[in-house]
Design a protein around this ligand. Structure first.
Ligand SMILES: NC(=O)c1ccc[n+]([C@@H]2O[C@H](COP(=O)([O-])OP(=O)(O)OC[C@H]3O[C@@H](n4cnc5c(N)ncnc54)[C@H](O)[C@@H]3O)[C@@H](O)[C@H]2O)c1
Length: 308
C-alpha cells in the first residue's frame, strides 16, 4: 500500500470525509483542524461513512483508532507521505498553513489540495519549493464520489502527479488531469454550464424547476453517470459513431447552442429557485434528501463495481 501515513489538514465537510476514507483503507491519519469540535465532527463522519464504506469493500471502515488529532499542523505532517489539504477556500489561510508545514515535510511527501476554485499557480506561491503540491479536487462527499481532478504544472516535480494519481486510484478514485488553469476546473464548469441553462429555462417559463431537475435525473443524467456526453453521442451516431452524429445532428446542436440563455442569481431568480426546490422536496429536510441521494449513490457505485 502506498503512503501508509497520511495527514488531513482541515477537517470540515471535505477533510473529514477524506479522513474517513483514508482510515477505512487501513492508513494512519493525523488530523489538524483548529476548531474545538473538529475531533467530534470527524468521529461523526467516520461513523456515518462506516456503513457505506464497508459495503464498498473497505475492511477498516469505521476504525477510529487509525485517526490521531493534533493542534499543530507541523506535527500533523511529520512522517506523513501524503497530505490532503482541505482548509477554507482562502489563499491567505492556505499560504499560512503551507509556510508552517514546509520546514518539516518528508522529502518525498505529496500535498494534494482539495481547492474548488483557487488556481494552482497562486497556491504554489505559498511554498518556497512548490514541487510537491498538486491540485486534487474531489467532489462532495469525497469518500463516495470517485472523481478527483488532478493538476500539476512546470513547477511540479517529475513523477509527483503520477504518484498522486496512483494514491487516489488505490482509494478507488477516478482521476482526470487538467493541462491548463481555468476557474472552476472541469467538472464545476460543466455543472455551471448546465445549471445556467436550467435556470434560464425556468426563468423563461419553459418548465418548472422541478420538471427541469426531473428531466436530468430521469433522462440524460442516468446515462451521463455511465459514460459522459461525448462517448454517449458516439453511440447515438450508430454505425458511423461520432462522425455520423456530427453530420446528422450537428446542425441542430449549432441552432440550440446559438439559442442558449444565460442566468443571473438576482433576488427574484433566487426566490424562484427556492420555491422550486421547496415544491420538489415536498417537506423532506435537506438531511433526508442527502440521505436519499447517498443511498442511491451507494447502490449505483456497487452496481457499477459489480458490472464493470
Ligand atoms: N464543500 C464542497 O462541496 C467542496 C467540494 C470540493 C472541494 N472543496 C474544497 O475543500 C476545501 C475545504 O472546504 P470545506 O467545504 O470542507 O470547508 P469547511 O468550512 O467545511 O471546512 C474547513 C475546515 O477548515 C478548518 N480551518 C479553518 N482554519 C483553518 C486553518 N488555518 N488550518 C486548518 N484548518 C482550518 C475549519 O475549522 C473547518 O473545519 C476548500 O478549499 C474547498 O474549496 C469543497
Amino acid at each position: 500500500m502506498m503512503f501508509t501515513k497520511t495527514a488531513v489538514l482541515g477537517a470540515g465537510t471535505i477533510g473529514a470525509s477524506w479522513a474517513a476514507l483514508f482510515a477505512a483503507s487501513g492508513r494512519e491519519v493525523t488530523v489538524y483542524d483548529p476548531a474545538a469540535d473538529a475531533e467530534a465532527r470527524v468521529a461523526r463522519m467516520v461513523e456515518a461513512a462506516a456503513g457505506p464504506l464497508a459495503e464498498l469493500g473497505w475492511e477498516n471502515a469505521g476504525d477510529l483508532s487509525r485517526i490521531r488529532y493534533t493542534a499543530d499542523p507541523a506535527d500533523a505532517v511529520v512522517g506523513a507521505g501524503f497530505i490532503q489539504e482541505s482548509v477554507p477556500e482562502r489563499l491567505d489561510i492556505k499560504h499560512d498553513l503551507y509556510a508552517r508545514i514546509e520546514p518539516v515535510l518528508e522529502p518525498g511527501a505529496i500535498i494534494g489540495s482539495s481547492t474548488s476554485g483557487l488556481m494552482l499557480g497562486q497556491m504554489q506561491d505559498g511554498f518556497a519549493n512548490p514541487g510537491r503540491l498538486v491540485l486534487a479536487h474531489p467532489f462532495n462527499p469525497p469518500h463516495l464520489i470517485p472523481l478527483v481532478e488532478l493538476m500539476g504544472n512546470d513547477r511540479t516535480d517529475p513523477d509527483v502527479l503520477d504518484a498522486a494519481q496512483k494514491f487516489y486510484e488505490d482509494l478507488g478514485k477516478v482521476c482526470i488531469r487538467l493541462h491548463k488553469e481555468v476557474p472552476g476546473h472541469v467538472a464545476n464548469r460543466l455543472q455551471a454550464a448546465l445549471w445556467r441553462e436550467a435556470i434560464h429555462l425556468a426563468a423563461e417559463g419553459v418548465a418548472s424547476v422541478g420538471d427541469i431537475d426531473r428531466a436530468i435525473a430521469h433522462g440524460p443524467g442516468l446515462r451521463w453517470a455511465i459514460m459522459g456526453p461525448s462517448l454517449l453521442f458516439h453511440l447515438a451516431g450508430g454505425d458511423k459513431g461520432m462522425r455520423g452524429l456530427a453530420h446528422h445532428l450537428g446542425p441542430a446542436f449549432e441552432t440550440w447552442w446559438a439559442d442558449l440563455g444565460t442566468a443571473h442569481l438576482t433576488p427574484e431568480v433566487v426566490e424562484m429557485l427556492v420555491k422550486g426546490v421547496d415544491d420538489e422536496a415536498a417537506g423532506k429536510s435537506v438531511a433526508e434528501l442527502a440521505d436519499q441521494r447517498d443511498r442511491v449513490l451507494l447502490g449505483y457505485l456497487k452496481t457499477r463495481a459489480a458490472l464493470a
